[in-house]
Design a protein around this ligand. Structure first.
Ligand SMILES: *[C@@H]1O[C@H](CO)[C@@H](O)[C@H](O)[C@H]1NC(C)=O
Ligand SMILES: *[C@@H]1O[C@H](CO)[C@@H](O)[C@H](O)[C@H]1NC(C)=O
Ligand SMILES: *[C@@H]1O[C@H](CO)[C@@H](O)[C@H](O)[C@H]1NC(C)=O
Length: 496
């Protein structure tokens, strides 16, 4: 009996020991797993690992989102995937006031943005209103496309010409303009097969041109900076109507040009005691390889309240997209402006002369103005090395007359129709030619005005203030030249 008892006690001890051993072992493993997750959060190298950040399990971990160290990581906040994560945006710890996300005017409130606690969330705040905004652009009106357009642009085998005629056919049938994807993330034609089927030599197009074709239907880039109250005057006076709106094509890095324009011809002011002038600059986004200018732009947008920026790459072939965004913005936020200027940030504009000219127009003319330096019989350039190169298989035909993109003026009364025409006419890679096409569709020809000099004036007259004083627009001038000219033409002792 005795050895059996000893054996049972031994077995019992061994069993108890084993149970204890396994339970500690289990505790050990759970603890080490936790420890590893914490180390992960502290390890900056790991946080930059895009694979990790896309892991939905990680993003749903509330501990992760509350980690202040994480939220200050700029790389994290720039990750578009993360910013689209609704859980993140709704996290009350992230933005203490949930109303902030819904307030599109937030960026205009300097007090709020000076709060250092909020600075870090700047991008989050900027992205959210745009997300809502980009789907509420004004609907285009139905319009009759003029016969003039059909006469000016031949129907043939070239890709763009085919797109145009199929859009016109659709329009004639009373159908809606061709389907532009309203979803920015889905609009790009990434499957090149389709384009190759339609354009036999597509693969021989320059890379950027191929890129343009792939994005031709993309029209709703996210808004980074908006100025929704630009044309609403807080003063409530009789002169609160915008007489002239300057919309100036700029690019993120052109700080100096913008400042020269603000200090001179683009200064927001009331001319002749009643004619109010407003100014906005139109910006895309810098290429990723460029230095990060976002905090400088953020300051500039708040300080001056005149930047409009969209999240698409700044490039020559994206200027038509920029024009479309300006139209969309103006139709929505400044529809009662009497006149709208579209031009570059490296031009000189003689604003007093321009205002007097516009003021003097008869009302029938003032209501259908499209005026500038007119290029009346241009054709596509076929040299692939030229920056305005257009392949024959893309567009075949002459260009309708158009006003040079350095600077032209249109009546505010035409904005809605111009905007609507741009929903019928497929995007063309040259923005001023595209504007000419849209106006042709409206049956409006550009009016030539010799005071718009988009190809500059003869060299001997460039320093002559009396010559300059009579002109309305000169392309191109450096910021320093702009300041000098502005001062010169305002000199009271100048006698011409
Ligand atoms: C378009 O033209 C047709 C016939 O020319 C006319 O009946 C119709 O009212 C026009 N529509 C618009 C919106 O101008
Ligand atoms: C100016 O603003 C006031 C109030 O903000 C408005 O009632 C008035 O109609 C505006 N005048 C013009 C000409 O737009
Ligand atoms: C235009 O912008 C889009 C969006 O940023 C970009 O993908 C595309 O490459 C740009 N197109 C050109 C021709 O640079």
């Amino acid at each position: 009996m005795r050895p059996i008892q000893t054996l049972s006690v031994l077995v019992l001890f061994v069993t108890l020991f084993l149970i204890f051993f396994y339970s500690t072992l289990h505790l050990e493993t759970t603890n080490s797993r936790r420890a590893r997750a914490e180390d992960l959060l502290k390890e900056p190298g790991l946080l930059k690992d895009p694979g990790l950040l896309k892991d939905p399990g990680l993003l749903k971990d509330p501990g992760l989102l509350k980690d202040p160290g994480l939220l200050k990581d700029p790389g994290l906040l720039k990750d578009p995937g993360l910013l689209k994560e609704p859980g993140l945006l709704k996290d009350p710890g992230l933005l203490k006031d949930p109303g902030l996300l819904k307030d599109p005017g937030l960026l205009k409130d300097p007090g709020l943005l000076k709060d250092p606690g909020l600075q870090v969330h700047d991008r989050v705040v900027k992205t959210q209103p745009s997300k809502q905004e980009r789907f509420i652009f004004p609907p285009p009106v139905v319009l009759n496309v003029s016969d003039g357009l059909r006469q000016a642009i031949p129907q043939n085998e070239a890709y763009w010409n085919r797109l145009l005629y199929s859009a016109l056919k659709n329009q004639d049938k009373g159908g809606h303009s061709f389907g532009h994807d309203s979803d920015w993330s889905l609009c790009r034609q990434t499957n090149k097969d389709n384009l190759q089927t339609n354009v036999h030599d597509f693969s021989s197009y320059p890379v950027l041109f191929q890129d343009f074709l792939q994005g031709m239907n993309c029209r709703s880039p996210p808004v980074l900076y908006n100025q929704p109250n630009k044309c609403i005057s807080a003063e409530g006076k009789e002169d609160n109507q915008t007489f002239l709106l300057f919309t100036i094509k700029s690019s993120p890095r052109n700080f100096e040009q913008r400042q020269a324009v603000r200090e001179t011809w683009g200064r927001e002011a009331v001319y002749q005691d009643a004619l109010r002038v407003h100014t906005v600059f139109l910006l895309g986004s810098s290429p990723l390889e460029d230095p990060d200018l976002s905090s400088l732009l953020s300051f500039e947008a708040r300080h001056f309240g005149d930047l409009l920026q969209w999240d698409f790459h700044e490039s020559l072939l994206n200027l038509t997209l920029k024009m479309n965004m300006f139209l969309q913005w103006t139709v929505k936020h400044c529809p009662t402006a009497s006149f709208v200027f579209s031009g570059d940030d490296d031009v000189f504009v003689n604003t007093p002369t321009l205002v007097s000219y516009l003021q003097s127009l008869e009302s029938w003319k003032a209501s259908q103005l499209y005026v500038g330096h007119v290029i009346s019989s241009a054709s596509p350039l076929r040299d692939p090395k030229n920056k305005y190169y257009i392949p024959l298989s893309f567009y075949d035909g002459p260009y309708p007359a158009y006003a040079g993109g350095g600077g032209f003026i249109i009546s505010g009364a035409l904005l809605q129709r111009f905007y609507s025409a741009s929903h019928v006419i497929p995007f063309f890679p040259i923005d001023d030619v595209y504007a000419g096409m849209c106006f042709k569709a409206l049956g409006i020809s550009p009016e030539a005005n010799a005071e718009f000099q988009t190809f500059d004036i003869v060299e001997k007259n460039r320093e002559n203030l009396c010559v300059n004083k009579k002109l309305i627009l000169i392309h191109r001038r450096s910021p320093q030249q702009i300041k000098k000219l502005w001062k010169g033409i305002h000199n009271p002792v100048l006698t011409c």
